[in-house]
Design a protein around this ligand. Structure first.
Ligand code: URA
Length: 292
């Protein structure tokens, strides 16, 4: 009997605490709304818990730890908790399977040789996002394998990492078609980007990199919706759904503009990325592309 009473008291205390937490959360959300905030970052786990009936939420077992409840204001970084490795690998595999048979853009589905989903480690701390596959990537089904890709690989290796340590993907998973042209690339249209971007969102949500690098203006536009010029934006930390994002030049730009000053800018952006990831930076690395 005494045990039952204690349990009842405990349940009352728990539900009081739960109600207080709920009231405080609602109050916080109302405050944010009154300050003009319209969107916020919420961890997938949190959404799952919130979609359960109230009774189920009120048990401590299914409650996310308070630190997992992301009430971050736009502009704040919010590292997400790691996912269960098996569930993560399965979800990533399923996502890949879906993307590989995607026909949402019929003109691209009929012109492509391969869907270029992405490459690297799904546990990467660092993820690079480019624009769209070119002819080489379409041929091989792997992002950044052409000339620009070889330069990207060099940049990655100069940090001390390899392609296998990071994850590389594009805004668009299919090569933008160029009807009537035997060569050349074109920028993805806004419709193509809007259609394809959910795959990238899901990739990022599953990989949960500590840092994103957006390569060029199209990657920035796709991820942040910003059409501010890359010249202005590069080197300035941005935030993509709670994850720090470094905008930098696309390696194809460095192939077109061989000036040491431009190489140094990209390298400075990579030094910032290395620092954010708390990677060691040698004196030699710090001084690359500086005038003698
Ligand atoms: N350029 C890109 O943006 N992505 C690639 O995969 C290759 C070249």
């Amino acid at each position: 009997m005494a045990g039952w009473r204690e349990n009842k008291n405990l349940i009352h205390k728990m539900s009081d605490a739960y109600n207080q937490l709920l009231d405080a959360t609602i109050q916080h959300l109302e405050d944010l709304k009154s300050r003009g905030v319209r969107n916020m970052t919420v961890a997938p786990e949190t959404l799952r818990v919130l979609s359960q009936p109230a009774k189920a939420i009120a048990t401590t077992a299914s409650m996310p730890k308070p630190t997992e409840l992301s009430l971050a204001l736009p502009g704040e970084t919010t590292p997400l908790p790691p996912l269960d490795p098996k569930e993560k690998a399965a979800a990533f595999g399923a996502l890949r399977e879906r993307a590989l048979v995607c026909v949402k853009c019929p003109h691209l589905a009929s012109s492509r040789k391969n869907v270029v989903f992405g490459v690297g480690s799904i546990d990467a701390q660092l993820m690079f996002v480019g624009e769209a596959p070119g002819a080489d990537e379409d041929e091989q089904g792997e992002p950044f394998v052409g000339r620009a890709g070889q330069l990207l690989t060099k940049i990655i290796e100069t940090t001390g990492l390899s392609r296998a340590d990071v994850y590389i993907a594009n805004i668009l998973k299919c090569r933008p078609d160029t009807p009537g042209q035997s060569a050349g690339n074109r920028k993805p249209t806004s419709d193509e980007m809007a259609t394809c971007i959910p795959y990238l969102h899901e990739q990022i949500d599953l990989i949960r990199p500590k840092v994103l690098v957006a390569l060029g203006a199209t990657a920035v536009e796709g991820l942040l919706g910003k059409t501010v010029g890359i010249m202005k934006l590069r080197g300035n930390w941005q935030i993509y759904r709670g994850t720090p994002l470094m905008p930098t030049f696309h390696p194809a730009y460095l192939l077109r503009n061989q000036a040491m000053s431009e190489k140094r800018k990209v390298w400075e952006d990579m030094l910032s990325v290395m620092e954010k990831l708390e990677m060691p930076v040698s004196e030699k690395q710090r001084n690359y592309f500086l005038k003698a």
